[in-house]
Design a protein around this ligand. Sequence first.
Ligand SMILES: *Cc1c(COP(=O)(O)O)cnc(C)c1O
Length: 428
Amino acid sequence: MLRNKSKALFNKTKKIIPGGVNSPVRSFSAVSSTPFIVKKAKGSSITDIDNNNYIDFIGSWGAMILGHSDNRIIKKLNSISKNGLTYGAPHEAETKIAEFIIKNIPAVEKIRMVNSGTEATMSAARLARGYTNKDIIIKFNGCYHGHGDAFLVEAGSGAATYGKPSSSGVTKGSSKDTISIPYNDKELLKKTFNRYKDKIACVIIEPIAGNMNFVKSNKDFLKLARQLCTKNKSLLIFDEVMTGFRVNFKGAQHLYGIKPDLTTFGKVIGGGLPVGAFGGKSKIMDMLAPDGPIYQAGTLSGNPLAMHCGLETLKIISNKSFFKKLSAKTKSFVNGLNEIAKKNNYPFHADSEGGMFGLYFTNNKPKNIEDIKNSNIKHFNKFFNYMLSNGVFFAPSAYEAGFISEAHTQKDFSEVYKLFTKFIKSIT
Ligand SMILES: *Cc1c(COP(=O)(O)O)cnc(C)c1O
């Protein structure tokens, strides 16, 4: 598979866009490669400018739950765009998508739309701090909450101590009120609350983590977080930017039966256009400007195309059979991979929830980012490059999840099974 045009364009782009990309993971640097440049995408397939086709298991990081360029969505966008592209004034689709989400997610009584997941989590954290009048944010190692300064923080020197910046350019001031501790560690969470109890504004968590590969939280752990937040008058924020309308129709909070105070959304709710949102209890949300003292705004927030595109997507996936089918399809995909690994005695495990999955190059199901770090990353990188050169596009990093859309077919899976078997034989 030749990628000459992609390589040439990428080299040219590197001169004018840092790293050649508008978001770092796209550079394929984690897997020692360079990216293909997309020409178009349809269904489960992406075509690059060299006219190579790839079966796409990323779907714009989960957003494309119906597959690329779905006819129903394209039709909606075509008709709606005739009425204008942005108004800077209220319009009806904003009310409709808010109503739709509130009706389906019990923990959300009021919601505000923004333009990205990053904006959603940043705004939710500010709201939590303003509402509680406290400063500290507790997050978990390996969870990603966008690139807001307060989240670009890694664990400090001792357990349960203030974090340090994980990116250059983040001041000690912005990181000193964030504490990052291991995922799924109940004892340390208790200890952290004991130490800082009346200073904690919020706990923010991906209830199923999709940014350290795919790692489920334990129900006991989430329950403890809920209890500790309630007891200490801190807010529990579920970052469902990735899991919302992805692991099932009502998100990870429905799966675990735990109600967060605030929830953040993104990805799927835009149906492919740039959208984020945060919502929760009315008495908390009412603290936002213009009614309350906590400022938050956006020129393009509630953009009409994005609202219509998102709402249309949500309506389609709200059909009862949608997630039943998608979950079964995803499960059968990972089961197929597990069987091949087992048959060939290859240390590997795959897991899924709804339309989201994880591939681990180890025998064990991971419980935190350390387990992923200890998996065979070298083999993953070889796997990625082998698959890519044979027309299959998995996430270009061992620390990312994968996604199945309505458009994926059994034929797509058979192709991957065939290649996976060959890959194992070539590496063992
Ligand atoms: C993608 C993601 C974000 C950031 O969203 P952007 O739209 O990329 O800013 C935040 N949190 C989680 C859990 C995500 O997966």
